[in-house]
Design a protein around this ligand. Structure first.
Ligand code: PLP
Length: 361
C-alpha cells in the first residue's frame, strides 16, 4: 500500500530501525539527556521565545488539545475559537466540556480568516484565542501573522494547534506572537502515532502554574517540574521519544524548518501541477492552502468522494484520506507529509487517470 493520508504517514528507514529495537528503561541520566535535547530542538524548530518549555504528552494530538484547554484557561477566561472544520469544532467541544467561556468564529469549510472577520472582535475583552495553523479537514492555512498581530494588540493569549501544519508550513512562535503550540508524532514528524508535544512560552508556563487543574494525567505543572530533570511524570512512549530525537537531529542537520517546509512544499506543488487535467476542484483558495494536504472535490455532481477513496484503496493499493461528517461524499484529501517519493505521486496520478478512463470520475 502507498499511504497518502495525513497520519499515520509513511515513516523513514531511520525511524523504522529504532522501532525494531528493544525499549530501554527510561528513569536514567542517559534517557534524561535525550529528553533535554528533545526539548531544546523542539523549541528551536518552533522558533520559540527564550525560556520556552515542552510538555511531552503520551496521547495523540487531541490529548494535547484537551490538555492545553485545561491548563491554559479557566472559567475566568473569555476565549475566541476559530471553527472552520472538524478540528476547530473539536476546540469548541473542549470548551464546552471544560466550561471555558468562549465565542465561536464560525467559518464556511475552506474559508480563510480575514481582517474584516477579526475586526468585529477587537477590544471586546477576549483573553484567549485558539485555532489551527492548518485546518486539516479542508487544507485551509490560516494567516497566523495576522492572527498573532491581532492577539498582541488585544493582549490575547494565543494557543495554536499546529499538529498538521508544523514542518509543512512556515511557523514561528516568536514571529507570530504564539504563546503555546502543539504538534503530533504521526504527522510531518513521520513517527508512529502515540505522542503529542506542546511548546509553552513563559506566559503559558505561568498560566499552568496558576491554574487548578482537576486531573492527574493532564497536570502540566507536574510535567514541567519533571521536565527540569529530563523526565515525564508517567511512563511515556519511550520508543517514540528516541525516534523523535533522531528525527529532530536529522532535520536540524539538514537545514531546519526551512528545509522541511521546502521538501513538503515541493511535493505539494508537484502533485497540484499534475492534477490540473482531472475533474477535481481544489477545495481551498490557492493563496490559503496548506502544503500539508490538498483537499479535492469531484466536479461531477453524482461522483462520491468516499467511493473514490474505496476504489483507490481496494483496486489500486493506495490510501488517500477520506473526510468524515458533512464532507464525506464531497471531499477527499491527499496528504503531502511523510516519506513520499515523486514516483509514488506518479502512481496516484496514474490511478486517477485510470478512474477517468473508466468514467468513475
Ligand atoms: C491530526 C490532527 C489532530 C490530532 O488528531 P489525533 O487523532 O488526536 O492525533 C489535531 N489537530 C489537527 C489540525 C490535526 O490534523
Amino acid at each position: 500500500m502507498i499511504n497518502f493520508t495525513i497520519g499515520p504517514v509513511q515513516t523513514d528507514a531511520e525511524t523504522q530501525k529504532i522501532g525494531a529495537e528493544q525499549i530501554p528503561y527510561f528513569r536514567t541520566p542517559e534517557f534524561s539527556a535525550i529528553m533535554k535535547e528533545n526539548e531544546k530542538l523542539m523549541c528551536q524548530l518552533f522558533d520559540a521565545p527564550e525560556n520556552s518549555r515542552v510538555v511531552f504528552m503520551t496521547g495523540s494530538g487531541t490529548a494535547s488539545m484537551e490538555g492545553g484547554v485545561m491548563n491554559f484557561f479557566s472559567g475566568n477566561d473569555k476565549v475566541l475559537v476559530v471553527n472552520g472544520g472538524s478540528f476547530g469544532h473539536r476546540f469548541v467541544e473542549l470548551c464546552q466540556i471544560h466550561e471555558i467561556p468562549f465565542t465561536e468564529i464560525h467559518l464556511e469549510y475552506g474559508q480563510p480568516l480575514s481582517p474584516d472577520i477579526l475586526k468585529e472582535f477587537e477590544n471586546k475583552g477576549f483573553t484567549g484565542m485558539m485555532l489551527q495553523l492548518c485546518e486539516t479537514s479542508t487544507g485551509i492555512l490560516y494567516d497566523m501573522n495576522m492572527v498573532g498581530d491581532f492577539c498582541k494588540r488585544n493582549g490575547i493569549f494565543l494557543f495554536v494547534d499546529a499538529v498538521s501544519g508544523f514542518l509543512a508550513d512556515h511557523f514561528s512562535m516568536s514571529e507570530m506572537h504564539v504563546n503555546a503550540a502543539i504538534t503530533g508524532s504521526q504527522k510531518a514528524l513521520s513517527l508512529p502515532p502515540s505522542m503529542s508535544f506542546t511548546v509553552l512560552d513563559t506566559e503559558a508556563q505561568r498560566r499552568c502554574a496558576a491554574n487548578k487543574v482537576k486531573s492527574m494525567y493532564f497536570n502540566y505543572a507536574d510535567y514541567l517540574r519533571n521536565g527540569e530533570r529530563g523526565q515525564t511524570p508517567f511512563t511515556p512512549a519511550v520508543a517514540t521519544l528516541l525516534q523523535l530525537n533522531e528525527k529532530l537531529n536529522r532535520i536540524v542537520r539538514n537545514g531546519g524548518t526551512q528545509y522541511a517546509n521546502k521538501l513538503i512544499r515541493q511535493r505539494a506543488e508537484y502533485f497540484r501541477a499534475r492534477i490540473k487535467h482531472l475533474p477535481f476542484r481544489v477545495f481551498t483558495p490557492e493563496n490559503a492552502t496548506s502544503n500539508c494536504v490538498t483537499a479535492l472535490s469531484p466536479v461531477g455532481e453524482s461522483v462520491s468522494a468516499y467511493r473514490i477513496f474505496e476504489i483507490i484503496k481496494d483496486e489500486y493499493g493506495i490510501w488517500v484520506c477520506p473526510n468524515g461528517g458533512d464532507l464525506a461524499e464531497k471531499v477527499l484529501r491527499v496528504g503531502h507529509i511523510g516519506n513520499i517519493t515523486e514516483q509514488e505521486i506518479d502512481s496516484l496520478i496514474a490511478a486517477f487517470d485510470d478512474l477517468l478512463k473508466r468514467k468513475i470520475i
